[in-house]
Design a protein around this ligand. Structure first.
Ligand code: FES
Ligand SMILES: [Fe+2]
Length: 371
């Protein structure tokens, strides 16, 4: 990905795009219901019959592990539409999905297999009522769903595939998870992740380790830099830059010394990759002005469980930084409501925000016209 400063001030997206319910609906259709969305880690469904629900916009999806694969279904019964799973996670006893209303029963492939107490009619065909499937794929241990179902293209993670090939992402395991409900439009979080103009005022802890960020996103854009990128002696991103774990075993010498790689797979997955751990963000919208983010700290499985103090050593920096980002996005969400606010302005080093907004505009332009 090229880093090139903008040559002029660029306009951000129109203010109402961040709160207008009708516009939010357009974006749900264009991005969240038609693209691959990272929603979970495979390790959350370790055994046959394990399930969990995830929410994207207004849609509730059940992820369920069959013998060797994870399937996804809309959380709705083919009888009269009750949700099937009323909790966040569990295991389907006897590998049967039983609706809590009139007990229509499905197998893990989504086929209707029993309808207890139903009086017979000649027209009833069990084959007519399978659960509605969504497409499911995984990469790097992340479970992605695509609500386009059979129309979904293959999952394509682009440059991330080569970039993180040796980071064992698929093997890494959750050492810590923090879930946050944030009162902001999902695009503000995407824009926030795309610039470091905000780093000096917002992230004093991060700037102590990533010294380049004191330059407010301009580092590396003016030609040869003389200031170092990281604090002296830093080995990873922790509050003091020290590492208590060895680098991921499969990394090259250069990757072991690469203290930080940020990456984004819009709309839902953000990665902060260090040589010895990964902080992953799984984001899904819950409304025009709200979203949920699941923050996972991922480690090599042989390093887990990490003792409390060592775990805190690794969690603290991104935890404080993520909270700062969420808080600032909530403040921005409030300010955008002003009748006078038309759109934001991107300064040169916010080039990636502009790129993100272009991606949003392109996605909306490719949207099928409403019926
Ligand atoms: S709504 Fe599910 S069995 Fe009736
Ligand atoms: Fe930030």
């Amino acid at each position: 990905m090229t880093r090139e400063a903008l040559k002029r001030l660029e306009a951000g997206l129109p203010g109402p795009w961040y709160y207008d319910p009708a516009h939010y609906q357009r974006e749900l259709e264009a991005f969240w219901y038609r693209r691959w969305v990272a929603v979970a880690r495979e390790e959350e469904l370790p055994g046959p019959g394990d399930w969990r629900t995830v929410r994207i916009g207004t849609q509730s999806i059940v992820l369920a592990r069959d013998e060797d694969r994870i399937r996804g279904f809309h959380n709705t019964c083919r009888h009269r539409g009750s949700i099937l799973c009323t909790e966040e996670r569990g295991n389907f006893a006897r590998r049967r999905i039983v609706c809590p209303y009139h007990s229509w029963t499905y197998d893990l492939g989504g086929q209707l297999v029993a309808t207890p107490r139903r009086m017979e009619t000649p027209d009833f065909d069990f084959g007519d009522f399978p659960l509605y499937q969504v497409a499911v794929a995984s990469w790097g241990g992340f479970v992605f769903v695509n609500l386009a179902g059979r129309d979904a293209p293959p999952l394509d993670v682009g440059a991330l595939e080569a970039q993180f090939k040796r980071y064992r992402l698929g093997d890494l395991r959750i050492g810590k998870r923090i879930v946050a409900d944030v009162q902001a439009n999902w695009k503000l979080l995407g824009e926030n992740f795309s610039e470091c103009f905000h780093c000096p005022p917002v992230h004093p802890e991060l700037c102590r380790v990533v010294t380049a960020y004191r330059d407010a996103g301009a580092w590396g854009l003016r030609g040869a830099e003389t200031a170092p990128e990281f604090a002296a002696g830093a080995a990873t991103l922790t509050l003091d830059g020290s590492a208590r774990l060895p680098p991921i075993g499969t990394l090259t010498e250069t990757e072991r010394k690469t203290i930080y790689v940020p990456a984004m797979l819009p709309p839902s997955l953000f990665l902060n990759v260090q040589p010895d751990y990964v902080n992953a963000h799984l984001m899904t919208p819950t409304g025009p002005e709200s979203l949920r983010i699941v923050y996972d700290w991922l480690f090599e499985p042989e390093r887990l469980p990490l003792g409390g103090e060592d775990l805190q050593h690794y969690v603290a920096l991104w935890d404080v930084t993520n909270r700062q980002d969420a808080r600032n996005c909530e403040w921005q969400q409030q300010g955008i409501q002003s009748r006078e606010f038309k759109h934001g302005h991107y300064v040169p080093q916010e080039f990636d925000c502009h790129r993100f907004d272009e991606w949003v505009r392109a996605g909306l332009a490719g949207e099928k016209p409403a019926d």
